[in-house]
Design a protein around this ligand. Structure first.
Ligand SMILES: NC(=O)c1ccc[n+]([C@@H]2O[C@H](COP(=O)([O-])OP(=O)(O)OC[C@H]3O[C@@H](n4cnc5c(N)ncnc54)[C@H](O)[C@@H]3O)[C@@H](O)[C@H]2O)c1
Length: 372
């Protein structure tokens, strides 16, 4: 057992967009001193010059040109920030070599890969955390607390949608390649939506879905829509798209119950809209989630000093470090682990399987006549 003062040495794999977000979050975790001390020990990329300049920019000690140099070496936590097709290989090797792991979503390209990795974690003494960072937006944490307290009565519906627009046009890179990514918007954006639905409303047990590919010749879906039910019998819709003009990073949710409702949207991440039953009828209020009593706000600024997208990544990685330090009870939702990563992958697979069967869960609508 490591002493509370022994630093957790972190090795990051990848130097792209999300690796940058992780490196910045760990720096904040280190500077705030939450949980055990954190040391940014190394970064691996495929090219040494990239790894070196990333290391210099983010205050990381060592740089290397092969992730295999990290595994079995002097790091405690291996953080996988590479494309989806390498998650299982790198995270699995790290678990087998005795490291704890942070792995970006989706856990694997499909549920078979995710289950294989989850089984390796179960057979080990190590922990794996799958990055579903939106659990750590303070407004989302407040929604979790309100739902849990019964504020909205018995839940009976939900709408979760994650829309972006960067898939319009040609679209190049591994995220449009089915072999590298596994799927398109379903695994990329839908996995976040399914994770939040599971965390806020409950486990999912049924999905009927349709996918759409707008761009000619693209090997992955651009969008999906689905009807979903939870084990608790709540039904609603989940959808995502990378081709909604004007949608930049719009993860939007609404949860409805017998006594009220709540909604939130990542593009206005500091606000929630709550509908409550009052003697005069239902009343809707929108407010900033920046009060000192709001979840996790005391780690930030005075009331009204709003947060940005990176706040959720900080919260997620701080919660990982605190969990590894045995002090995790602070957060409204726990950091997602291998089981949560597998649950999201199973929902993604069910979505794709349903969409591949055009008759699944469908009743046809008779034509009126004279319409084409
Ligand atoms: N949680 C989130 O909000 C969020 C947001 C964006 C991306 N992601 C996830 O993060 C992962 C990476 O996405 P990204 O947007 O950063 O992609 P990216 O293309 O910007 O970066 C990928 C990086 O991995 C490196 N790389 C590729 N193969 C490698 C290998 N074998 N060894 C070492 N480095 C390798 C590339 O050189 C690049 O630096 C994906 O799984 C994606 O789903 C999560």
């Amino acid at each position: 057992m490591s002493s509370p003062e022994t630093p957790i040495r972190i090795g990051i794999v990848g130097t792209g967009f999300i690796a940058r977000a992780h490196a910045e979050a760990y720096r904040r975790v280190r500077d705030l001193g939450t949980g055990r001390p954190v040391e940014l020990a190394s970064v691996a990329s495929r090219r040494l010059d990239n790894a070196r300049s990333f290391a210099d920019r983010h205050g990381i000690r060592d740089a290397m040109d092969d992730w295999r140099g990290l595994v079995g070496a002097d790091v405690d936590l291996v953080d996988v920030c590479t494309p989806n097709d390498s998650h299982v290989e790198i995270a699995g090797a790290a678990i087998d070599a005795g490291h704890d792991v942070v792995c970006e979503k989706p856990l694997g390209r499909d549920a078979t890969e995710a289950r294989g990795l989850a089984d390796r974690v179960e057979a080990s003494t190590r922990r794996l955390f799958c990055v579903f960072n939106y659990r750590f937006v303070p407004a989302v944490a407040l929604i979790a607390e309100l739902v849990r307290s019964g504020e909205f009565g018995d839940l009976h519906g939900f709408r979760f949608d994650y829309s972006q627009d960067w898939g319009l046009g040609e679209g190049t890179g591994w995220k449009f390649d089915g072999v590298a990514a596994g799927s398109g918007s379903v695994g990329d954006l839908g996995s976040h939506a399914f994770d939040l639905l599971r965390a806020l409303v409950g486990p999912i047990d049924w999905i009927s879905a349709r996918t759409t590919t707008v761009a000619p010749g693209r090997s992955v879906d651009d969008a999906f829509v689905s009807l979903v039910t939870t084990v608790g019998g709540v039904s609603g819709t989940v959808s995502s798209s990378r081709v909604v003009p004007g949608a930049k990073n719009r993860l939007a949710l609404e949860i409805t119950g017998t006594r009220g409702a709540v909604s939130w949207n990542l593009e206005r991440l500091n606000e929630i809209t709550v509908v409550r039953e009052t003697p005069g009828g239902f009343e809707r209020t929108t407010r900033l989630v920046t009060r000192s009593a709001d979840p996790s706000i005391d780690r930030w600024w005075p009331e009204g000093h709003v947060l940005g997208w990176e706040a959720a990544m900080f919260g997620n990685l701080a919660a990982v470090i605190e969990t590894l330090s045995g002090r995790a009870d602070w957060w409204a939702l726990p950091p997602a682990d291998h089981r949560d990563g597998l649950a999201a992958a199973l929902a993604v697979d069910a979505t794709l399987a349903s969409a591949a069967d055009a008759t699944a869960g469908a009743a046809t609508v008779a034509p009126v006549g004279g319409e084409s």
